[in-house]
Design a binder for this molecule. Structure first.
Ligand SMILES: Cc1cc2nc3c(=O)[nH]c(=O)nc-3n(C[C@H](O)[C@H](O)[C@H](O)COP(=O)(O)O)c2cc1C
Length: 368
């Protein structure tokens, strides 16, 4: 690359590499993965959703789910900080669709997160929840320049501040819940990274007149993919799937084995109870769901503001299904994945991935 590797700056925070290890719930990117990613020079991201499912606060029934979640988020950020060290950049991914979104964001900021990354809905009120933490960088996840513009206008009008960056995630390849309102939109060319990323870069430069970074997510596996994103104007990349199957990944070994075993025909789209499409491995649970005969666990914690299972008993309790996958229950779990899961052939270390991505990188600007 002629210009070298870009410098990624999120507000006051500058990781060594322009790389975000993406937040993956439930529990897939916990303290170990995020702490180690941050320690190795990336932004390490904890997914806040459902973190308390296996905490003593919740399991011993001393507290309800929401109260225990608030405590556990702070504990987990601190555990990650111990691994990352004081210089490591830690983010918490908070999903707008969660019932206790505001509490989760506040807990992440109070717990010491440097960055809040927030999607699965438009984070229109995010600055309100972090107003006492001006150093915490705020990074919405969007799938189009239109969404970036909506958020920016609202934040500027209401809170007098702008986002510190945008993650542009394409539904065509990403894992987890996808930023598309309908199944047909998943492969809409308008939401492809080739369109949405340069559009958002243009919006930032020409309309915001800003140099905040735009970060590309979805389908990035190796250095070639990453450099293509930089050529399209990204100042960084966010990667999920490849990091899920690492030694440091917080999920069970069985979860990682499911990634290793997955073939192209096993990767499917489902309608999630949250009303969004999602990408997952077609295991016995998903196969039954697609056939219309899934049996659900009971509702876990009223965790989503809009949940088809809670409202009408259609679909299934997604929190429980994701916890089952985290624990490695192949029969009953929902194994979210990106389309790159077919490239996972072994468990890697975070150091190997980052080393391979940035070997002999020449850095732009100040040559860090
Ligand atoms: C298992 C799994 C769980 C995920 N959970 C979340 C989540 O809780 N919140 C979120 O914003 N994104 C979530 N994502 C998306 C990732 O953060 C990331 O943006 C995406 O996976 C990037 O695409 P890639 O997997 O092709 O690298 C998840 C992805 C995976 C694979």
């Amino acid at each position: 690359m002629s210009n070298g590797t870009p410098i990624l700056k999120l507000g006051k925070h500058q990781p060594r590499y322009p790389l975000i290890q993406g937040g993956m719930g439930v529990g897939i990117s916990g303290p170990r993965l995020a702490g180690n990613a941050a320690r190795r020079g990336a932004v390490g991201t904890i997914a806040s959703v459902g973190l308390s499912h296996n905490s003593p606060h919740f399991l011993l029934k001393k507290m309800n789910y929401f109260e225990s979640n608030e405590i556990v988020i702070k504990e987990v950020v601190q555990q990650a900080r111990e691994i990352a060290g004081p210089e490591g950049i830690l983010a918490v991914n908070c999903m707008v669709a969660l019932t206790d979104y505001d509490t989760e964001v506040r807990a992440a900021a109070e717990g010491g997160a440097n960055v809040i990354v927030s999607g699965a809905g438009l984070p229109l009120r995010l600055p309100e929840y972090t107003k006492d933490f001006p150093d915490v960088a705020l990074v919405p996840i969007v799938s189009s320049a239109k969404a970036a513009s909506l958020i920016t206008r609202r934040w500027e009008k209401r809170y007098g501040r702008s986002p510190d960056g945008f993650v542009v995630e394409t539904p065509a390849t990403a894992g987890g819940h996808l930023g598309a309102t309908a199944m047909e939109q998943v492969y809409d060319p308008a939401l492809s990274i080739e369109v949405a990323l340069p559009d958002t870069v243009r919006f930032v430069a020409e309309e915001m007149k800003s140099d905040i970074p735009v970060i590309a997510a979805g389908g990035v596996w190796d250095r070639k993919d990453m450099e293509r994103m930089f050529e399209l104007g990204a100042k960084g990349v966010q990667m999920g799937t490849r990091f899920a199957c690492t030694v440091e990944g917080d999920a069970s070994d069985r979860f990682k084995q499911a990634y290793i075993d997955a073939k192209e025909e096993d990767v499917v789209l489902i309608h999630s109870p949250a009303g969004l499409p999602g990408r997952a491995i077609k295991n016995p649970f998903v196969a039954k769901y697609l056939d219309g005969e899934v049996e659900s666990n009971p509702c876990f914690a009223n965790c989503l503001t809009h949940c088809r299972y809670r409202k009408t008993r259609e679909t299934f309790c997604i929190a429980m299904a994701l916890v089952d996958a985290f624990n490695g229950d192949w029969e009953r779990g929902l194994f979210f994945c990106g389309s790159n899961v077919v490239k996972v052939h072994k468990v890697e270390t975070v150091e190997e991935i980052i080393g391979e991505l940035f070997a002999e990188s020449t850095f732009g600007d100040d040559g860090r």
